[in-house]
Design a protein around this ligand. Sequence first.
Ligand code: ZN
Length: 486
Amino acid sequence: MFGMNYDLNETSIRIYNSYSKSVELFEPSESEMVKTYVCGPTVYDYTHAGHGRTYVVFDALRRYFNLRGYNVYFIVNITDIDDKIINRANSEGRDWTSVVDEFTRDYMDVISKLNIKVDLHPRVSSHINEIIEFISVLIERDYAYVTKSGNVYFNVDKYPDYGSLSGKRDKVLWSQEEEFLSEKRNPYDFALWKAAKPGEPWWPSPWGRGRPGWHIECSVMSSKYLGSTIDIHGGGSDLLFPHHENERAQSESFFGKRPWVKYWVHIGLLTIRGDKMSKSLGNIVALRESFKKWKPEVHRVFYLSLHYRKPQDYSDEALEQANAFYERLVGTVNILKKLSKEAVEQHYMNDNDLRTLREVMDTRRKFHEALSNDFNTAKALSAVHELTAIVYRELQYNPKYTLVWKAYQLLKEYNVVLGVLDKYFEEVPEEMKNVIDDLLKVIVDVRKELRQRKLYDLADSIRSELEKRGVRLMDKGLETTWIIER
Ligand SMILES: [Zn+2]
């Protein structure tokens, strides 16, 4: 039995690659650096629950790599030039930049509330020159062609491996950007550069005024910041085709080598109460709305409660369950904090203590085995649940210092990936603790004075305001003590 001697270094990380359609041993191209690029939002509407799942999973994956000793360079692009943005601006009689500003702000706000840490958010509109250079090289090498109207297309026939990522090898069966069929060499060619129509934003280029197509931006920005090989490239599974297939054709043609991406990682779709999320059904869940009912931390727990490749259903019951789990985590950390002050150091461990210690330690093996095997956060959460059960069932009634300390350390380690208990583990510097104590003493004295003058309403409102901030007052006669619960 692994038991207490579980060695993390013996557990190698494996992850499913959508290209090979199998779980592979994870080895980054540079030994200690994981270069990750995730396709980000097109900022024409509010960030929704489906986006939330994708970004939370990749953030948790980044945190897991960090925990395992890797540095991660994590890039999420922002698509701030696109047909959808232009259409929304036109239909609302606004400037396209005001649409971009509004929804970029919303996205940034959501990301920060969900405790997602991204190293860089490159925007298309700041990379037009690089995009033009990249397209010029593709034209020069005959992978792309210019039409009379000033559009530039990628010639899919020049890239024989096309379709092997998404499995759509039989390209005669489909076409893209159908409004331009008459000027394309093949119906399946796709645009790299789009000539400007009247009223659209444009930039000057060797092919006339226009703007980049959607796919080219990711090839260009990823290579600008991560070089010619990316370790992990991903997004929602709806991006497999045509977006990722097209990115791959562009980049591998440009660099003349393969593979451009070592591991393609795709997150399953999110349905809403059993239905596909769509504008026509009117069931799109904007996270800014959903946050009013469920904390961002609860959303994180919800997203991580299922394996990332499975389709997930958003419903009140599912969020309710995630909420219960989150409350349990908060309860556990509070119990452990309280116990760590009370628990006495013991000089020996009896058989029962040893068995409990083994159970506590075994949750760590389960946690890491689950995550290292295709990032199974669902299984990892059940290991975390086991730890909370031990705390509620045993430690609470038998607070041995070694056990309490170990359980606390493990919960802190698990939270590196979960990212929902950060504030409970933040260490407050000693001098700040003194300042906080002094301030509370001042407040309690003022409140005592109010009570002596029978101004009970004011005294009560002080109590409830402090309670909201995690400080519980306990009155005994006119004297008051407090506990900081947070
Ligand atoms: Zn992309």
